[in-house]
Design a protein around this ligand. Sequence first.
Ligand SMILES: Cc1ncc(COP(=O)(O)O)c(CNc2conc2O)c1O
Length: 388
Amino acid sequence: RNHFYRDTWAEINLDKISSNIKSFKKHLPDQKIMAVVKANGYGHGAYQTAVEALESGAELLAVAMLDEALALRKQGISAPILVMNRIRPEYVSLAAENEISITIFQKDWLIEASKFLKETDKVLNIHLKLDTGMGRVGITEEEELHDVSLLIQNSSACEIEGVFTHFATADEWESELFETQRKRFINQLDLLKKWGITPKYVHSANSAAALRKFEGPFNLVRLGISMYGLSPSSEMKEKLPFTLEEAFSLHSQLIHVKKLMPGDTVSYGATYRAKEEEWIGTLPIGYADGWQRRLSPGADVLIRGERAPIIGRICMDQCMVKLPYKMDVGEKATLIGKQNDETIEMDEIASLAKTINYEIPCLISSRVPRVFVKKGRISENMNVILNF
Ligand SMILES: Cc1ncc(COP(=O)(O)O)c(CNc2conc2O)c1O
């Protein structure tokens, strides 16, 4: 499970995740932190990120699906976990038994789910999801909010632990919608209060909103991207209130080095042709590892702290780079991260891939083992291929 046999790996620096959480604790001392560890911790390792975040001041966790919550429970996590999306009504007793909080935003769902709730004596904790403008999931109508609230209040099998909404444009400094959503959410909170509902957790902020701070009766922030040390948008990157430390880096090793003569070509389609005598290296990482084809031409890798451009088409398992001079098989290549005083940031790869930084680590597949660094030393390797 722990060893891996190909010299390509992602390194997750848990000390940086810890430092990012601690920065938010200082920045927002009156807010509880919910660490968003869905999608295998945005590719950083859900369990290891969760443990580090909880040790560093986070008090709750958030995931996108019941499977992710059950996996964390199975791995021994006892902290509160919220599934931030719809689960099947028939799974409510499974959620309650495992003390997993769930998200509700449909009256019909609640009516269907109530048939299954009797099967367990543990109260089901519910977070009401309000759609104030994200346009994804959430209650929009006051009448449905009232009906859902009454149904839950009249049931001894479940209770409203939280109420939340999600911002669509918090990462844009001058966004009217952000303000509109904030006001709508506050109005709905006033309504709930009028009906005697004052949930324990009231939350709206993702990383972007948490970084910019804003007024409201909220007591919890849901941190994803910034916990991993990445800025929610390039617009915010220039005005961060504190430094975010990028936890994810990606490394490989030269497995082949050769000299090309002028006219020699490289990779499928022979799209790259040497103009002069050139030294070419081969790396054991390809698009099946989530190193996307569209990154060539364009992306560089670092070897000996020097940039080496990827040349020719990225293959399923390998790619080729043009070396500044003859280098040796076995030399370490860094595809995301720092070597000496040169750095390839996640944002550089994201813009080359014409996407956002969130997507890059999420797409680094389970074929790439994760090596965790804690207190400056390798604490654990996770190689899911051999974990059966
Ligand atoms: C409901 C909800 N809350 C909080 C977060 C954390 O946001 P952050 O990573 O910007 O801090 C997300 C992330 N959801 C997504 C991030 O990218 N695509 C998404 O759907 C979310 O869906």
